[in-house]
Write a protein that binds this ligand. Structure first.
Ligand code: GTP
Length: 240
């Protein structure tokens, strides 16, 4: 049987991942796929926290560029993450996987408030905990929320799911000769300004020595593979 190298993970999903083939909102086929992949990893006994972005519904940064006050736009983006979190919760529970949604902004009728110790207990009990509303503060991305929650939950690693295979020296979608790193240091990511996560999220991981694996979510079995230490994607760590 596959043996996990990480016992507790924080999975970061971008809102765009949930778009799938839709132009807007949530593609339910993608949702089902993600729920199956998470369920599969859970059978290994791995504890799973999830942070989801909201870009499939609302992009705070773009809206602020078009004249909406940045803080308001960010709060709207946080609300979008709540929709995605509830959708994922539903897809997981349809598969019999116990979940809890905890929100950084209190909205008790919809989700539990974020309480660190309670979230940790949920994880210990095998529940998938979905952290909604990012950090709860404007000007921070959901990548930073993922770093923060990973640290608070003392996760062994952050798994950042993307649409490409890992971290490249240039944009692999635009440049044919882009080269993928199998391993890279946080400092190099920052100095080369590689668009892995925003710099706040990357520096938080670096300062706390938290491994980050960037990988392609669209390939079946990739989350399991990463969790079991297979050479998938790019590992960002302390040393090169
Ligand atoms: P244990 O104490 O480990 O059994 O955890 P639990 O989450 O099952 O305990 P609890 O009885 O507090 O929660 C039961 C259900 O109510 C769960 O589905 C929780 O997610 C939900 N729940 C708890 N607190 C809140 C809240 O403040 N708001 C909302 N919307 N749901 C809540």
């Amino acid at each position: 049987m596959d043996k996990p190298v990480y016992k507790r993970i924080l999975l970061k999903l971008s809102g765009e991942v949930l778009l799938g083939k839709s132009a807007f909102g949530i593609d339910t086929d993608v949702l089902k796929f993600v729920a199956e992949e998470i369920g599969d990893v859970r059978t290994l006994g791995v504890q799973i926290g999830v942070v989801i972005g909201g870009g499939n519904i609302f992009r705070g940064v773009e809206a602020s560029a078009r004249g909406i006050d940045r803080a308001s736009a960010d709060y709207m983006g946080m609300l979008a993450t709540v929709m995605n979190s509830l959708a994922l919760q539903n897809a997981l529970e349809n598969r019999g996987i116990p979940t809890r949604v905890q929100s950084a902004i209190e909205m008790k009728e919809i989700a539990e408030p974020f309480i660190k110790r309670r979230a940790a207990r949920h994880l210990e009990k095998g529940r998938v905990v979905i952290f909604a509303c990012g950090t709860g503060s404007p000007y921070f991305t959901t990548d930073t929320a993922a770093s923060l929650r990973a640290m608070e939950m003392q996760a062994d690693a952050i798994l950042k799911a993307t649409k490409v295979d890992g971290v490249y020296d240039k944009d692999p979608v635009k440049e044919k000769d882009a080269r993928m790193f199998s391993k890279i240091s946080y400092t190099e990511v920052l100095t080369r300004n590689l668009k892995v996560m925003d710099s706040t999220a990357v520096s938080m991981c670096r300062d706390n020595n938290l491994p980050l694996v960037v990988f392609n979510l669209e390939k079946t079995g990739n989350i399991r593979g990463v969790v079991c230490g297979e050479p998938i994607g790019t590992i960002v760590g302390g040393e090169k």
